[in-house]
Unconditional design. Sequence first.
Length: 421
Amino acid sequence: MSAVEVITFGCRLNTYESEVIRQKAAEAGLKDAVVVNTCAVTGEAVRQARQAIRRAKRARPEARILVTGCAAQAQAADFAAMDEVDAVLGNEEKLTSAAYRALPDFGVSAEEKLKVNDIMSVRESAPQMVELIEGHVRAFLQVQNGCDHRCTFCIIPYGRGNSRSVPMGAVVDQARQLLESGYRELVLTGVDATSYGADLPGTPTLGLLAKTLLKQLPDILRLRLSSIDSIEVDRHLLDLLGDEPRFMPHLHLSLQHGDDLILKRMKRRHSRAEALAFVEQARRLRPELSLGADIIAGFPTESEAAFEQSVSLAEEARIARLHVFPYSPRPMTPAARMPQLDRAVIKARAARLRAVGETLARRHLDRLVGTRQMLLVENNGFAHTQDFTRVATPGLAPGRLVEAAILGHDGRDLTIDRPAA
């Protein structure tokens, strides 16, 4: 086998960048290699990346094993010390064909394996033109990278650098190219997407970018956003929620906690009341809106009462897709130096919060039974509604947009009748 295999962990931005890695590796003429594109958001994500590296080496002993992504950027020396690893590429280097042309020879020292520059020195986000995204019928479109905020639990700025935006014209050009490749749905992605434009002339916002895309490209049938920070949402984004049917009624919120004191210790910029006020405003503009959210269980100093505030926040906001992260201390972060909870307590609280999430998800599914929904059929026997609820669609051709009646659900996915042709 001589192909370059890319193993991807983490966020949608990593999924997008894995396609850039494939392109740049091919341009460099790289053969017989495995690239592991890592995530650093939790200790578990790093552990899984290490496991994948070892499995890849056992499966393809003659292949070069290259490691990149956020964990590789933030913990480069740790990965370079692994015997299975031939080179470690930084998050900026992985997007250049030159990095793959300049790979070290087999058997070099750990220091010679390192091809990782200072990510904080990067000031611009160059547009990466991606025509196809392997295995997906929706296309991810990078509009921003990095983060200027310093949440006390988060290592991502050390993996991604400071916030930088892709110029609006380049985003429009990339979106046009993806539409010409046949995609029906685009997802705007970034590390801190709602900070988009602060570093660009005229300081455009994410909402203005989305408005511009929908105005200039009428072939966009469905436009989505990746995770957003509600405190940064601008008036243009609210306009789209209320007035634009091609802007999908689903938002994924970076909530992180429901207790004000813990939010302050996390160095988040919103309060519990502000998060709930945004949810109320968004639902008033778009009653069919569904919400996803990230919440951390077991943050340092979290009391039982504070944890219950997260539970009640998820319930009050009616979060349909709750992503629960058991807190894990990340190197270089202030929270790692705070008084830690026992791991058993963290694990138990995460399990309780996930159970709440399962109940809320079932209630959301119940509300959709008996409705008619427009579905985008994907490659794995499933589709998604406009509000991003998954639907079982065995036998339907990927890429189709179909309308179907929702008959029921199995606790995880909606079920349908025979869809209209």
